[in-house]
Design a protein. Structure first.
Lengths: 117, 114
């Protein structure tokens, strides 16, 4: 069955530290897509990245980077030199090709990141 | 573009009352959906629509109705609210319902049922 696990419920770091948020997924499909969303204290969900199952290249966007490893079914998210504005809940999500156009996203439980000044 | 908008932002209901959560998008997206967010459970799909006049059930549809009379609007109706429906509700839209599409979320509606 499809599942996304974010084992870290809460992480607290001091500003400028690097932090990695873990995401492990389960799926029987060979084609799928993985997403990260950020939910700041204001409550909205902000899209960060989409990655398909055929592209295992790491991605970097400013202080953000993502490491996708099919061998371990993981799609981890690293924030380098964290800032207070990075404080948020971060969600990893999975979309399967076999979901028959339902558009269903399977979300992890979320990781709350607190960055202290 | 306003993107995906939701009203109200916050609502308190008594058990048994009904209400409609509004959702609209101005991106001409075919696909729209409703999720609910509960602590420790991430977001779960309630209902979705792949186009005007077409709706279907998601993972947790009980107690909710939807309709899609226009491309832009996708209201979620609670016919008889229950305390178990206390949650934060998010509407989302994407170009199509394909798994490769990025879904964009509205700001959410926080619902408290007493």
């Amino acid at each position: 069955a499809q599942k996304v696990t974010q084992a870290q419920t809460e992480i607290s770091v001091v500003e400028k530290e690097d932090v990695t948020l873990d995401c492990v997924y389960e799926t029987r499909d060979t084609t799928y897509y993985l997403f990260w969303y950020k939910q700041p204290p204001s409550g909205e969900l902000v899209f960060l990245i989409r990655r398909n199952s055929f592209d295992e290249q790491n991605e970097i966007s400013g202080r953000y980077s993502w490491n996708f490893q099919k061998s371990t079914s993981s799609f981890n998210f690293t924030i380098t030199a964290s800032q207070v504005v990075d404080s948020a809940v971060y969600f990893c999500a999975l979309s399967e090709w076999g979901s028959s156009n339902t558009g269903k996203l399977i979300f992890g439980q979320g990781t709350t990141l607190q960055v202290k000044p | 573009n306003a993107g995906v908008t939701q009203t109200p932002k916050f609502q308190v209901l008594k058990t048994g009352q009904s209400m409609t959560l509004q959702c609209a998008q101005d991106m001409n997206h075919e696909y729209m959906s409703w999720y609910r967010q509960d602590p420790g459970m991430g977001l779960r799909l309630i209902h979705y629509s792949v186009g005007a006049g077409i709706t279907d059930q998601g993972e947790v549809p009980n107690g909710y109705n939807v309709s899609r009379s226009t491309t832009e609007d996708f209201p979620l109706r609670l016919l008889s609210a229950a305390p178990s429906q206390t949650s934060v509700y998010f509407c989302a839209s994407s170009r199509t319902g394909g798994s490769q599409e990025t879904q964009y979320f509205g700001p959410g509606t926080r619902l408290l049922v007493l």
